[in-house]
Design a binder for this molecule. Structure first.
Ligand SMILES: [Zn+2]
Length: 293
């Protein structure tokens, strides 16, 4: 059996060649996973429905995205142009994480080749995040009784502020974010890491927090595996190596898989100066999860 992985060609929105965001990574990652024989065939998502989105986002915000009527200031905060392909991408990538979460229930583990839009909030998007796919999928699982106590493990270099705000008063979802102290957004948290942390100190912190998390009884895990913790990332301020990223992903997925808790892995951020390296780093999530199958 192979790892269920969700992908859609519409993940690659048309941003224009001079845009800073490496949007082509989604298409290249899919090719790389096929080349490396991690995946033979992808599961194809559909656009997330209004009703499902509405559990994590306001009606006005969803309509403003779908109708492209969001005001300029809010579009700027997201950082993508509000064009048809970006709207479509946001809907399909969110549907992708919902689908991956359902596959994780059936297979124990499943991944999206996008997702982890953790800065998006109830009423607005931010930092290249339009809809908060993990928050939407978590609500989807809770609503149907598929999970009752969800943990979001967010190891992107940036804090998962959208999730922590959306679920602030929800005792069924716990957000754990371990991120760089000085990276966006400028908000303090107990799991802020010092800048320039290298492999050994990074992994030591991770083990400490996993140990703490193991004292709780979670029944579903979303893992946001941002690779902007890498030393060669354009935005991240940590100094983790390729091997460190691999060790991190393996530690996380093996930790929860050994307790038979379903895991849904999503990409999170990555802005490596080397595009091919970026694709390779993102694929470590899928490779680590494939070992569990
Ligand atoms: Zn990030």
């Amino acid at each position: 059996m192979e790892l269920p992985v969700v992908n859609h060609k519409d993940y690659v929105a048309k941003l224009g060649d001079d845009h800073k965001f490496p949007i082509n990574k989604f298409g290249e990652l899919a090719k790389y996973l096929i080349d490396q024989k991690v995946v033979k065939q992808f599961h194809n998502p559909t656009a997330c429905s209004f009703e499902t989105l509405n559990r994590a986002h306001s009606k006005n915000y969803i309509n403003d995205i779908k109708n492209k009527t969001l005001d300029e200031k809010k579009i700027k905060k997201i950082g993508f142009p509000l064009v048809d392909s970006v709207v479509q991408r946001s809907l399909v990538a969110t549907g992708g994480t919902v689908l991956a979460s359902k596959l994780a229930l059936n297979y124990g583990v499943a991944c999206n080749t996008a997702g982890g839009s953790h800065h998006a909030n109830y009423n607005e998007g931010a930092g290249y995040c339009v809809f908060n796919d993990v928050a939407v999928a978590a609500h989807y699982l809770l609503d149907r009784g598929f999970a009752n106590r969800i943990l979001i493990v967010d190891l992107d270099v940036h804090q998962g502020n959208g999730n922590s705000e959306i679920f602030r008063d929800n005792r069924h979802v716990f957000t754990f974010s371990m991120h760089s102290k000085t990276n966006y957004p400028a908000k303090k948290s107990i799991s802020d890491l010092d800048v320039e942390l290298e492999d050994e100190a990074y992994i030591k912190s991770l083990k400490f927090y996993l140990n703490e998390l193991n004292n709780e009884n979670f029944d579903f895990i979303f893992y946001i595996a941002g690779v902007d913790i890498h030393f060669n990332d354009r935005l991240g301020k940590l100094k983790v190596s390729d091997e460190g990223v691999r060790l991190r992903d393996e530690l996380v997925v093996e930790n929860f898989s050994s307790k038979r808790i379903p895991i849904c892995g999503v990409l999170g951020g990555g802005y490596n100066k080397d595009f091919n390296k970026l694709v390779e780093l993102h694929s470590i999530l899928h490779q680590s999860c494939a070992k569990l199958i």
